[in-house]
Design a protein around this ligand. Structure first.
Ligand code: HOZ
Length: 426
């Protein structure tokens, strides 16, 4: 007899490509049937077969306060009872814009959109409109959503399924995207020497979270800042993932680098669809209707989504929120390394804020090439064994993990007990 998850997956595949609405969810990389989820609370998820999991995906980042936090649910319910959508301005979206400008060091003005992809797509257009240049620079293994010009040597699902440069992107479009190796300072310097006056912007995940987790090498972000300033290019930090995760003010606050533009998403919608592009006033004033760069959206600033974002941002600003979640994440990582070590498994792990990376190699990777050296087969075995024991990790060796404020000592201990058993069997 098939489980309910299996029945649902079969039914889903008849009407939805691969049965999912976003590729990694299909479990294609790890194999097997994805659980179909029914509800979530705090650090836990329940699937259609009634099984409970400790969640380390957190909806891919947004659920930093834990699932169905009462303050967020209440704010959403109150907003929904007033209106679902206006397609017109509201006071709450002004409050969200003010909050984000206050918390993220480089943002002076911003526009709300409905997803991270929309934010990066808009930011690229803005950078081109502002500079009057066409070339953009990205890094191999970084993922910035699925706009045409950014699906070149991309990470996340594109990497997971081995098509980092997507079909359907005209070569003329991809030709405007130059790709360098993450953390390679000399490549950056050489490219700017050669084409500096044609580069509209450099887009980067200041901490890469879509090729597993890769930290910026000392001097890397500084070099990007310096080259962009010297050559009049826009430095664009994609903080969709790192915003309110790596630190309250994002990676730019943690590393002390001021980008010209920043994209946000995930946490700022608290689980509902919100993205944002923000930055220097003189660039933001180029956006329509103030300026010539067009952008629009029926559901941009949606009142229910904004309410979820505001409630979540209130929680992340509470005293000790960031330091506690960071300590919890560190205890998870240290525990996992200890368990792997005593089982004699080649494994390493690291965390920053509430994001973490697990690697089946001796030390954390510092480049895309090193990420590719991780033992993917071992990761897949680890993933499935942990899933059976009630621990839900991202179903891909190329995604970062996330801890929420609802994860406590009990969840970490249960996770480590599962890992102990799993590592021994690898
Ligand atoms: N590409 C997303 C994570 N980096 C996955 C989004 C999803 O499947 O929901």
């Amino acid at each position: 007899m098939n489980t309910r998850n299996e029945q649902l997956f079969e039914r889903a595949q008849r009407r939805i490509p691969a049965g999912v609405n976003s590729p990694v969810r299909a479990f294609g990389a790890v194999g097997g049937t994805p659980p179909f989820f029914e509800r979530a609370s705090g650090a836990h998820l329940w699937d259609a077969d009634g099984r409970r999991y400790i969640d380390y995906v957190g909806s891919w980042g947004p659920m930093v306060a834990g699932h169905t936090h009462p303050a967020v649910v209440e704010a959403v319910q109150a907003a929904a009872s007033r209106a679902l959508s206006f397609g017109a301005p509201t006071e709450a979206e002004v409050e969200l814009a003010e909050t984000l400008c206050r918390l993220v060091p480089s943002i002076e003005m911003l526009r709300l959109v409905s997803s991270g992809t929309e934010a990066t797509m808009t930011a690229i257009r803005l950078a081109r409109g502002f500079t009057g240049r066409s070339l953009i620079v990205k890094f191999e293994g970084c993922y910035h959503g699925h706009a045409d010009s950014l699906l070149v040597k991309a990470g996340s699902g594109a990497l997971t399924f081995g098509n980092p440069s997507s079909a359907g992107v005209p070569p003329e479009v991809a030709g405007h995207t130059l790709v360098l190796s993450y953390n390679d300072l000399s490549q950056v310097e050489n490219l700017f020497k050669e084409k500096g006056n044609q580069i509209a912007c450099v887009i980067v995940e200041p901490v890469a979270g879509n090729m597993n987790l890769v930290l910026p090498a000392p001097g890397f972000l500084e070099e990007l800042r310096e080259q962009c300033t010297r050559h009049g290019a826009v430095l664009l930090f994609d903080e969709v993932m790192t915003g309110f995760r790596v630190a309250l003010g994002g990676a730019q606050a943690r590393y002390g680098i001021r980008p010209d533009l920043t994209t946000l998403g995930k946490v700022i919608g608290g689980g509902l669809p919100v993205g944002a592009v923000g930055g220097r006033r003189e660039i933001m004033e180029k956006i329509a209707p103030l300026g010539p760069v067009y952008q629009a959206g029926t559901l941009s600033g949606n009142p229910v989504a904004v309410a979820a974002g505001l409630a979540t941002l209130k929680l992340v600003q509470e005293k000790d929120f960031q330091s506690k979640i960071e300590a919890t994440t560190r205890s998870l990582i240290e525990g996992l390394m200890k368990e792997a070590n005593s089982a004699g498994v080649t494994f390493s792990a690291q965390s920053i804020g509430s994001m973490f990376g697990l690697y089946f190699r001796a030390s954390p990777p510092t480049s895309f090439a090193e990420v590719m050296e991780c033992d993917k087969e071992r990761f897949n075995k680890f993933f499935h064994a942990m899933l059976v024991l009630g621990v839900y990790l991202a179903p891909s060796a190329y995604e970062a993990g996330f801890v929420s404020a609802a994860h406590g000592v009990v969840e970490i201990e249960k996770t480590l007990a599962a890992a102990r058993e799993t590592f021994r069997g690898l």
